[in-house]
Design a protein. Structure first.
Ligand code: ZN
Ligand code: ZN
Length: 347
């Protein structure tokens, strides 16, 4: 099969290698689409401690079940499936509640296990047993299905925010994740959606999703703009979809009474602290939530939203590449001129 092998920071080679086997409890998937995540870009550029090269990365997968290892039940050959990234131990208190993304011994497909930037991949036994293979209707295309993973992460983030029709929602960061958050908030009929970014290209992209307002924070102070757009009250929901310290601080300053904030993106590991007026949290009853990855239930929700057309996955895909062009594709994803970039290993 053809596979893109990550050989260390800045090194990715596409070559023919043996198709993976399908041992006891495993499921072999023929990968038809695998979208590039921001973390794939970071692994390619800087490496990551739980990704040991040579390795196949990629976790935003849409494919077909090709073969079943001995003992596998509940998965059918030929079904079109997405694969849940997080694999938990199944025993810790988080796994017992279905929160495999928070498992104390958690690992992930496309990180610890090999992933989807190849024509075939095997889903490991613990993931199969945990129900990580989720079928979808063949009416949905594979590239659209590859959007289920990042959308499920956004669903995880928004679960805490309980967005209603009363809420003014501000999204900092107009990359693919910020745009997905906007689409989700729209699906919940938020009263008003405001999108903020410093990058002109990203703002132009966000504009196509027709938010109610766009703020170019390279030109304007976003806190002042948000305050004046909300009659001085602040935003009810603020999602920080960019890993920038000062933006997290701006989020706290622009929240309304009873405001809910999601720090959706991590900060640089060497500078993970911020400073803000804690009295705002106290007197305004502001809540700040984190969010990390997602679990199976949220994949089903994401699939349902996409299959019903409540989130238009096709609109979020701006580029598709064959596997041979993976380095170019990663550059495109990193460059910010597109939203989701999808690899198609059989093209
Ligand atoms: Zn992802
Ligand atoms: Zn666990």
């Amino acid at each position: 099969m053809k596979a893109a092998i990550y050989e260390g920071p800045g090194k990715m080679v596409v070559r023919e290698q043996e198709k993976p086997s399908c041992k006891k409890g495993e499921v072999l998937i023929r990968v038809h689409a695998c979208a590039i995540c921001g973390t794939d870009v970071r692994i390619y550029r800087h490496g990551q401690k739980n990704v040991v090269p040579p390795h196949i990365i990629g976790h935003e997968i849409g494919g077909i079940v090709e073969a079943l290892g001995p003992g596998v039940t509940g998965v059918e050959i030929g079904s079109h499936v997405v694969v849940v990234t997080s694999v938990g131990c199944g025993e810790c208190k988080f796994c017992r509640r279905g929160w495999h993304n928070l498992c104390v011994k958690g690992v992930a497909i496309g990180y610890y296990y090999e992933g989807g930037f190849a024509q075939y991949m095997t889903v490991p036994e613990p993931a199969v047993m945990q129900g990580n293979i989720i079928p979808f209707s063949p009416e949905l295309s594979f590239p659209e299905a590859s959007i289920v993973e990042p959308l499920s992460c956004c669903i995880n983030g928004q679960e805490y925010l309980a967005i209603s029709t009363e809420d003014i929602v501000v999204i900092f960061g107009c990359g693919p994740i910020g745009c997905m958050h906007a689409e989700l908030a729209k699906a919940k009929n938020a009263k008003k959606i405001i999108m903020v970014d410093v990058d002109k290209k990203r703002l132009e992209m966000a504009e196509k999703l027709s938010p109610d307002m766009i703020i170019d924070s390279s030109q304007h102070n976003p806190v002042e703009e948000i305050m004046s757009a909300t009659a001085g009250e602040g935003a009810d929901v603020i999602i920080v979809a960019c890993g920038v310290n000062s933006v997290q601080e701006q989020a706290v300053s622009s929240a309304a009474k009873k405001g809910r904030i999601s720090f959706f993106a991590g900060l640089p590991k060497d500078k993970p602290t911020i400073t803000f007026d804690s009295n705002l949290i106290h007197y305004r009853e502001i809540s700040v939530f984190g969010a990390f990855a997602s679990f199976a239930e949220q994949y089903r929700e994401a699939l349902d939203l996409i299959e019903k057309g409540r989130v238009d996955a096709a609109k979020l895909i701006t580029h598709k590449f064959p596997l041979d062009n993976i380095v170019e594709a990663i550059g495109t994803a990193a460059g910010g001129e597109g939203l989701k970039v999808v690899m198609q290993p059989w093209r």
